[in-house]
Design a protein around this ligand. Structure first.
Ligand SMILES: Cc1cc2nc3c(=O)[nH]c(=O)nc-3n(C[C@H](O)[C@H](O)[C@H](O)COP(=O)(O)O)c2cc1C
Length: 210
């Protein structure tokens, strides 16, 4: 894997491998994910109208037990490529379609605000309905090197293990329950208001409530 974020992610994946779980890495630099154009087609049909690689990623997210978001800090946030993916997940968020899944976050920066970026990714995970097992972030100390690297990499491997253990134990993150329940009311309420226009999401929530 390339880059600083790729280096830190390698350690998280090493933790997952040690646990015996399977992984697949999708790199947004090799995939084509265009920005959302707010056409609303995903809300109506459940499928995005833009013909690029988003639906491939969506299907993998829906099929996996857990996922990791990894991004460098670009001006106190994720990269534009990652943000484009977040926006395209709008339909998944309306349905909180990743309920029951687990996620971790990885971030690197030139000089800081790691927690700010991790918190943003964490909120995205929760809006999808998924549980966040936590994140790891760090400023760099050079190309693919970090301050207190041994300690950082040990924590990164632990995060990978934690992700697997949480999936195995179906761990409950009670501190995230409040946000998710509130957001659920907000999303189901929004879909109720828009039910005439968004039949896919109307049916999705009708089935979820059963
Ligand atoms: C466009 C751009 C914006 C960046 N913005 C920030 C920033 O706001 N704060 C920061 O600490 N580092 C910033 N950086 C530095 C990167 O976050 C840092 O070098 C990171 O480790 C790069 O990861 P990568 O090698 O995986 O791409 C920025 C780098 C680029 C190219």
């Amino acid at each position: 894997m390339q880059g600083n974020t790729g280096r830190l992610l390698e350690e998280v994946l090493a933790g997952i491998k040690a646990f015996g779980a399977e992984t697949e890495v999708l790199s947004l630099k090799d995939l084509n994910v265009q920005p959302c154009v707010a056409c609303d087609v995903c809300h109506k049909t459940g499928v995005c109208n833009i013909k690029d690689d988003y639906e491939i990623i969506k299907d993998k997210l829906l099929a996996c037990d857990g996922f990791i978001l990894a991004s460098p800090n670009y001006i106190f946030s994720v990269t534009a490529q990652m943000k484009a993916l977040f926006d395209r997940c709008n339909g998944l968020i309306h349905c909180m379609a990743l309920e029951g899944k687990y996620a971790a976050m990885v971030e690197t920066s030139g000089g800081g605000e790691d927690e700010e970026v991790l918190a943003y990714m964490n909120r995205f995970v929760n809006t999808l309905g998924a549980n966040s097992v936590g994140g790891i972030g760090s400023p760099i100390a050079g190309v693919r090197t970090f301050p207190n690297e041994e300690n950082l990499f040990a924590n990164a491997r632990s995060l990978g293990q934690e992700l697997c253990q949480s999936i195995k134990d179906k761990r409950v993150y009670a501190d995230q329950g409040g946000f998710r329940e509130e957001f659920k009311l907000r999303m189901s309420g929004l879909v109720d208001v828009m039910q005439e226009y968004w039949p896919f999401e109307r049916e999705y929530w009708a089935n979820k409530r059963k």
